[in-house]
Design a protein around this ligand. Structure first.
Ligand code: GTP
Length: 157
């Protein structure tokens, strides 16, 4: 398990074990790959980030992940796999997020992309995201670096 402090000075715990913090977490975050590129979204307030969001009532975390990818990028998930989980000790509440890796079969243009401007494809996630104001705070802690490392290891990239 990894522990660190995030962009907002909250403590974060991260693990790539099987659901260490909650069996049914309320949040999901999806590292997406489409045609040999990373698929992100541009959130209207936060900036570039991998898609994700909240699990709705009567929905599994897995289903939420697939829905969020479609809503925020237009991406159709071909395959999705749980890779880990993190817990953020926020000022008001504690949240737990499942991390997934998804491959995308096609990008379908949507009429709207919820709170985002839609899909953004990147060959590489730049080294300097931490200091880059165009990137969301959720991309600015160790979750990103360690998740990409985990994905590359597991899927032999
Ligand atoms: P609302 O009902 O919309 O308020 O959502 P929520 O309160 O269930 O969760 P929210 O997204 O507001 O997040 C609660 C806390 O967790 C805040 O302190 C956020 O900064 C923090 N947080 C949410 N997502 C992430 C994330 O992916 N990474 C990090 N480091 N912090 C996060």
């Amino acid at each position: 398990m990894y522990r660190f402090i995030d962009y907002y000075h909250n403590e974060v715990q991260l693990s790539f074990e099987d659901h260490p913090f909650a069996a049914n977490p309320k949040h999901v975050w999806v590292v997406c790959r489409y045609e040999d590129k990373w698929l992100l979204t541009k959130h209207s307030d936060r900036g570039f980030e991998f898609p994700g969001g909240k699990v709705e009532l009567n929905e599994t975390a897995n289903e939420a992940a697939i829905r969020e990818v479609k809503e925020e990028t237009g991406g159709i998930v071909k395959n999705i796999e749980y890779i880990g989980q993190y817990k953020v000790m926020g000022k008001e509440k504690i949240i737990v997020k499942n991390i997934y890796y998804a491959t995308i079969s096609e990008l379908i243009e949507q009429e709207g992309y919820y709170e985002t401007y839609g899909p953004v494809l990147m060959e590489e996630i730049p080294e300097g995201v931490k200091k880059d104001r165009r990137y969301s705070f959720i991309m600015k802690d160790e979750v990103l670096k360690r998740s990409l490392k985990e994905v590359k290891k597991r899927f032999k990239m």
